[in-house]
Design a protein around this ligand. Structure first.
Ligand code: GDP
Length: 421
């Protein structure tokens, strides 16, 4: 059985919680793209965790967690993250890193900062984790594979060539100080050496696991609308967040995904810049942000919030080819007497239900309908019948609008705050 847990919105849908919950039945969980620029928040019997690189299934003793080749590997952060979960009592997590994962270098982070400074007011809202410079270098074939750490002489030569090239831009374009080989080698010795015990040829491991009928789970970072190719470019991330990329970014291109769980939030949130059609402002936004504790797991930035957007979500669900939906944070809407839902866009005076080309999004205005609220605490609900009629109607309305069955309804951050439908 191969499953993918992916976001159908702008990210922060609650994929961490859903992965942590579904990982109970998985043997192997793999992160296949993205880096430490976003966080998955998980609340379980060990406490509350914000994971940035580790798969959210790392808390079970029966699972193997893999950082796949598609991930932007920030080694010092990964090492710190592993230490932090072990310190808090997670028993001997089994973690492997693909030898083909590529390394985020300290200068990638520096380049991110320098470029955001250069862009000043026109920045894209980068988390300055080096992700865009890293993926640019990956496609230019100028990064280092984690497995190169096992070939120190060749690695030193490779780094020399890379540093020569990088320093031209660092000094010539940005007027910054050049990196010396000593600095890079010292960084390698200090942080990267600790990665060696985790390195693994994950391709072989995964093909063996598939042949043995093991249960494999892919976990995405961010959501469909942030996909580099099919999202709201250029306000996307620099990697592919879609389930279709999971087999490649995990090192098992032949894998056929049986189930794609699209994680969808019961309202909308969006971090950073870019078009966000159903955005709410003022007091209504402040109330929703406070109710949903919508502040970035990585940066603490207040997230932009808005009404559930049926147009964007249906597009996200289609791009993900979701076979079932996990609807999260339904409990957050309990305070509202009527709930706004964006049911269409008005673009140049014409109503549309198709998600427009990115450049047309700026002029799109939301068409809003209001559904009755339920105004009572639903966080204790564990069965569909426990939900008030208005909450059931809200879920059914969304399901109908996005065209995919809602199988899980999450009503709280904890692992067991879930309704199976
Ligand atoms: P992810 O990156 O997709 O995993 O999402 P984030 O971790 O950025 O944001 C989800 C946040 O909502 C986390 O703080 C979760 O603990 C929390 N959360 C997840 N599901 C629910 C839910 O159903 N209700 C509430 N109230 N919080 C939830």
């Amino acid at each position: 059985m191969v499953k993918a847990i992916v976001g159908a919105n702008w990210g922060d849908e609650g994929k961490g919680k859903i992965t942590d919950m579904l990982a109970k039945d998985a043997d192997i969980i793999i992160r296949f793209q993205g880096g430490a620029n976003a966080g998955h928040t998980i609340v379980n019997n060990y406490g509350k965790f914000a994971l940035h690189t580790l798969p959210s299934g790392v808390f079970y003793s029966h699972t193997t967690s893999i950082i796949g080749n598609g991930v932007a590997l920030n080694i010092p952060l990964l090492v710190k993250e592993i230490a932090s979960i072990v310190e808090r009592g997670v028993p001997k997590p089994k973690i492997l890193v693909s030898d083909r994962a590529q390394i985020v270098m300290p200068y990638h982070i520096l380049f991110d900062q320098l470029e955001e400074e250069r862009l000043a007011g026109k920045s894209f809202g980068s988390t300055k984790s080096g992700i865009a410079p890293f993926y640019s270098d990956k496609f230019a074939k100028k990064t280092v594979l984690a497995g190169e750490l096992l070939y120190p002489d060749a690695l030193e030569e490779h780094l020399k060539a890379l540093m020569q090239w990088k320093n031209l831009t660092l000094t010539g374009v940005y007027g910054a100080e050049a990196y010396t080989m000593e600095t890079i080698m010292e960084w390698k010795d200090r942080c990267c050496e600790r990665l060696k015990p985790f390195l693994c040829d994950t391709d072989i491991l995964l093909s063996d696991a598939q042949a043995a009928g093991k249960s494999i789970m892919f976990e995405a970072q961010l959501g469909a609308l942030r996909d580099l190719d099919l999202g709201i470019y250029p306000y996307t991330t620099s990697s592919n967040t879609l389930a279709a990329y999971a087999p490649i970014g995990s090192g098992c291109p032949a894998a056929r995904i049986d189930d794609v769980v699209g994680v969808v939030k019961a309202y909308s949130t969006c971090v950073g810049e870019g078009p966000f059609v159903s955005e709410m402002f003022g007091e209504a936004a402040d109330k929703l942000r406070a109710a949903g504790a919508e502040y970035g797991a990585k940066t603490g930035r207040p997230r932009r919030v808005g009404a559930f957007d049926t147009v964007a979500t249906r597009y996200g669900v289609q791009m993900q080819q979701a076979t079932e939906i996990a609807l999260t944070k339904l409990d957050v809407l309990s305070y509202l007497d009527k709930i706004p839902v964006c049911t269409g866009y008005s673009v140049e005076g014409r109503e549309t239900h198709r998600f427009p080309f990115p450049a047309a999004l700026d002029s799109a205005k939301p068409v809003t309908e209001y559904l009755p609220g339920w105004q009572c605490d639903i966080s204790g609900a564990r069965k569909w019948e426990d939900l008030p009629k208005a909450a059931q109607d809200y879920v059914s309305f969304i399901e109908n609008a996005i065209g995919c069955p809602i199988k899980y309804i999450s009503v709280g951050a904890e692992r067991d705050s879930i309704i199976f439908r």
